[in-house]
Ligand binder design. Structure first.
Ligand SMILES: C=C(O[C@@H]1C=C(C(=O)O)C=C[C@H]1O)C(=O)O
Length: 282
């Protein structure tokens, strides 16, 4: 059997889950493939990754192809500091304007569209661009950035006093629905659940173990995150305090609320169900 290929989002948010594997504290016979969320989504859906974090909306769009691994997600309750909408005007004054979306994101793109439709009731035109604030703002009046790109752009806005309104979409989503936001889930191919079930069980356990080890080694991870991004220590500490890697009942409920709004906005074809590895499917 060929070596497993495991996706890893190339942002700070994945460091706690992969740190122990990358540092060789846990051994796993697999190749780690790093990329932006939309890159990993594509690789997984074309069969080039065996396990990966997938944007939560892409799970809904491909739920017959995917099984969710238990105990893992990238989520946050409220403010998340890396899903940010930058705008030249307050969001409610953007009617008829152009808004650019980072090509690296899928879950947050749908989150923004849902909020425009159902919370702000503002109509805008969307365009997808590479995740660079200046380029996006040259073209439009608002820009959605996620991950490290959002954190670095926000740092610039503060340091250079750029005249942008900054809206944290996780915070607005919580104001609107009272729910957490689940940005990513770890998935395997459902077709692998029979013939490769031993491998999947092993990888699922190792990822959970790696997550626990990572969360117990946060000072080392914070130091690595500083080196990787150059962001100030308080920013990084605050970021890791807001992000969560659990997949509990409140995550499941939050996902279904998110999928419901995505469906109402015509962004998914049906309301998704959650098929989790090891749980029976009704
Ligand atoms: C909260 C975040 O989660 C990310 C956002 C994703 C998306 O928008 O599709 C996917 C995976 C996560 O890395 C973030 O990095 O902004």
């Amino acid at each position: 059997m060929s070596r497993l290929r495991i996706g890893q989002v190339d942002y700070l948010n994945c460091l706690p889950v992969y740190h122990a594997l990358e540092e060789g504290l846990l051994s796993l016979d697999a190749e780690l493939v790093k990329g932006a969320p939309t890159c990993l989504n594509k690789l997984f859906l074309q069969g080039d990754l065996d396990v990966t974090p997938i944007s939560s909306i892409e799970y809904a769009r491909n739920m017959d192809y995917c099984l969710i691994l238990p105990g893992l997600s990238i989520s946050a309750k409220g403010r998340v500091s890396n899903t940010l909408f930058f705008s030249k005007l307050p969001v409610t004054e953007l009617e008829g304007r152009n808004v650019s979306l980072a090509e690296t994101s899928a879950a947050s793109v749908v989150l923004l569209k849902v909020l425009f439709d159902h919370y702000y009731h503002v109509d805008v035109q969307f365009e997808t661009l590479s995740p660079e604030l200046d380029h996006m703002m040259a073209w439009s009046d608002g820009a959605l950035l996620t991950g490290d790109d959002a954190m670095l752009a926000y740092q610039r806005v503060k340091e250079e006093h750029l005249p942008y309104h900054v809206t944290d979409l996780g915070e607005v989503w919580q104001e609107f629905t009272g729910e957490k936001m689940v940005y990513a889930l770890w998935v395997v191919r459902s077709s692998d659940s029979n013939d490769r079930s031993d491998k999947i069980a092993k990888i699922s356990n190792i990822l959970l173990e790696s997550k626990i080890m990572g969360l117990n080694r946060m000072p080392a991870i914070i130091a690595q995150a500083r080196k990787q991004t150059g962001l100030p220590l308080p920013v990084i500490e605050d970021y890791f305090a807001t992000i969560s890697y659990d997949f509990d009942e409140s995550c499941r409920r939050a996902l279904l609320v998110y999928y419901d709004y995505a469906y109402k906005s015509g962004l998914i074809d049906e309301r998704a169900k959650l098929h989790v590895w090891g749980e029976s499917v009704e």
